[in-house]
Ligand binder design. Structure first.
Ligand code: ZN
Ligand code: ZN
Length: 163
């Protein structure tokens, strides 16, 4: 089957792809699978994430694109490049469901930044360790103080001041 999401992603007819976790938007129109654990997970407090998610912060788990495949809803995806203000699939861009409006992921140039709350983990309240955030980024822009032991960076991880 053709992979309309792009050759850098896993294809639907790849027999070696064994889904490890499944994700879906709120209405279920958009669905995808991943075959591996995320390489990292972060919580971002930047203003763009606050506004685009209507939330105080964004939790993202980072995957290689080759470990991701879209299984439903390709024609219902909405893309938005927030840097250029263009409603197109210009990477990096925001990916959301055109029907329910749920944010699906941030599609980077090389990585797929998934939102773990879309995943149907076997036990809803038990988030796998690999999805647990390892740090807070853009914590200098926070609207909520957090009291966990994770490193808190003023901007990007390893490229800003630790707060
Ligand atoms: Zn939806
Ligand atoms: Zn952000």
């Amino acid at each position: 089957m053709e992979n309309r999401f792009g050759p850098e992603y896993a294809s639907l007819d790849d027999a070696a792809f064994i889904p490890k976790y499944r994700a879906a938007c709120f209405c279920g129109t958009v669905r995808y699978e991943v075959s591996a654990d995320p390489v990292d997970a972060k919580i971002c407090h930047c203003l763009a994430c606050q506004k685009l998610h209507g939330a105080p912060m964004q939790w993202a788990a980072i995957f290689h694109k080759r470990h991701v495949r879209l299984t439903a809803g390709f024609n219902h995806l909405h893309f938005f490049n927030s840097e250029q203000g263009r409603y197109e699939r210009i990477l990096p861009c925001k990916v959301s469901c055109r029907r329910c409006g749920a944010p699906i992921a941030d599609e980077g140039r090389r990585m797929w930044l998934a939102f773990p709350t879309l995943f149907n983990f076997e036990h809803r309240t038990e988030v796998p360790d690999s999805f647990k955030p390892t740090c807070h980024i853009f914590y200098g822009m926070r609207v909520v103080d957090l009291w966990d032991d994770l490193p808190k960076w003023s901007g990007h991880k390893d490229h800003s001041t630790r707060l």
